[in-house]
Design a binder for this molecule. Structure first.
Ligand code: RM4
Ligand code: RM4
Ligand code: MN
Ligand code: MN
Length: 430
């Protein structure tokens, strides 16, 4: 039997922290009340919030220079599900995981779906992969996939995406996320207009196979691995494609996929206005697509994104139903610890955005009172909502302090014994 953290350990750990939490929660409640805000409303919303864990995130990642595997890494998708379930068990904010094909390919998807159910996790959007060649694959993606100059390669990439939809149906997914590495490294290498035609042609074929209640998420990225041009480089290109494809096509915002000074929250506001915001791949970055832990570099940016989301939810923006996912690479940390922290950082940004006095801010905006409007926004960001997050976890059976509880359990050491390292493990981004 593989090790799972006993509920009794969570209860014991929580008991030691319960009275401090009660004290801090009551104090925060009083503070918020003085500001005209109700703590219980924010706690209920924070508790109902969910963000999906990427299955590829629970393995140790790497860079093009190397990868330093961690102990007890998941060796296959069943191991990955266990780790995802542990993250959910302690944080209660990650009830689903987002699978990646073929990294998570298995012979029997019914067995996989049953295992997930038994572990208490569901499946979010399924991700296709035409940015690597797989063993035994007939044609190479070296020079592109859905936009390759050869029709045969494009057809192969389309067929892979359709296979992903079929797998996703068996797992209970309701969306396909398409990120392609297609682009060029040299000016003149490809025709910037023609590749977009091929993209639309390929995506049209994939779109035609979407089940009625499915959506397709188009993920843009400005550079890497193509270093001169990327076919779906930015939200404008993504939105053009979504419009051309139809109402089930939406634009996915991976926070790391923009130029460093881009105002991402404004991109989010525009996509909401267009009714085409698919959702997010949360992560953080300092220089480029660094795939660092969400909220570790610029928590204020994360907050500003959520400020737009809360605003959209409160004004009931038409078609507003974003899917929330993490997408980051853990090269030097225990991925479970990183993912727990990141999920909580995302939930924190949401809760801080709920702590903005919006009617007062609107009045300040209408008066062109710049400082007051900004001050009200910052008041939300500067609210230490930690007691709200801990209380939301506690009420749902999670850990008041997930990282401390995880460490106390010795989970990783147990997995190191249970999961002897295998050559060519499919875990992580390598
Ligand atoms: C580094 C650096 C070093 C080189 C390695 C492979 O970025 O440029 O000089 O040895 O790459
Ligand atoms: C890409 C992109 C995709 C992810 C891969 C692994 O940069 O963010 O969403 O599937 O990485
Ligand atoms: Mn991504
Ligand atoms: Mn990325």
């Amino acid at each position: 039997m593989s090790y799972r953290i006993p509920e009794s350990l969570i209860a014991e750990e929580n008991a030691r922290r319960a009275s401090a939490l009660e004290d801090e929660y009551a104090a925060l409640g009083r503070q918020l009340k003085r500001r005209g805000l109700d703590i219980e409303t924010i706690t209920a919303k924070a508790a109902a919030y969910a963000v999906a864990v990427p299955t590829w995130g629970v393995g140790t990642g790497g860079t093009r220079f190397g990868r330093f595997p961690g102990a007890g890494e998941p060796r296959n998708v069943f191991d990955k599900l266990e780790d995802c379930a542990t993250i959910q068990q302690l944080t209660r904010v990650t009830p689903t995981c987002s699978p990646h094909i073929p990294w998570d390919k298995v012979g029997d998807y019914r067995e996989l779906a049953e295992r997930a159910k038994a572990l208490g996790v569901g499946f979010d959007a399924i991700n296709s992969n035409t940015f690597q060649d797989q063993p035994g694959q007939k044609l190479s993606y070296k020079f592109g996939s859905l936009t390759h100059a050869s029709k045969a390669v494009r057809d192969q990439a389309v067929a892979h995406n359709i296979e992903c939809i079929e797998i996703g149906e068996k797992l209970g997914s309701k969306a396909l996320t398409v990120w392609i590495a297609d682009g060029s490294n040299f000016p003149g290498q490809s025709n910037l207009d023609r590749v977009f035609d091929w993209y639309l042609e390929s995506l049209t074929a994939i779109y035609a196979r979407l089940p009625g209640d499915w959506r397709v998420f188009l993920e843009h990225k400005l550079f890497e691995p193509a270093f001169y041009s990327t076919v779906i480089s930015d939200w404008g290109t993504s939105l053009m494609a979504a419009h051309a494809l139809g109402p089930k096509a939406f634009c996915l915002v991976d926070l790391g996929h923009h130029a460093p000074t881009v105002n991402v929250e404004q991109v989010v506001a525009r996509l909401i206005r267009a009714g085409r915001l698919a959702g997010f791949h949360f992560n953080d970055s300092k220089y480029g697509d660094d795939d660092l832990d969400a909220g570790s570099i610029d928590p204020f940016r994360l907050f500003r994104v959520f400020n737009e989301l809360v605003d959209a939810a409160e004004r009931k923006a038409p078609g507003f139903d974003p899917a929330y996912m993490l997408d980051q690479s853990h090269n030097v940390t225990d991925p479970i610890e990183s993912l727990m922290m990141s999920a909580i950082e995302v939930q924190r940004a949401y809760s801080q955005a709920l702590a903005v006095d919006r009617p007062a801010q609107k009045a300040a905006q209408d008066d062109s009172d710049v400082i007051e409007a900004h001050r009200l926004l910052k008041a939300g960001f500067l609210t230490d909502v930690s007691p709200i997050l801990a209380e939301a976890r506690r009420r749902r059976g999670g850990a008041i302090d997930p990282v401390a509880t995880y460490r106390a359990s010795g989970y990783r050491a147990r997995k190191a014994e249970e999961r002897p390292a295998v050559a060519g493990s499919s875990s992580g981004i390598v």
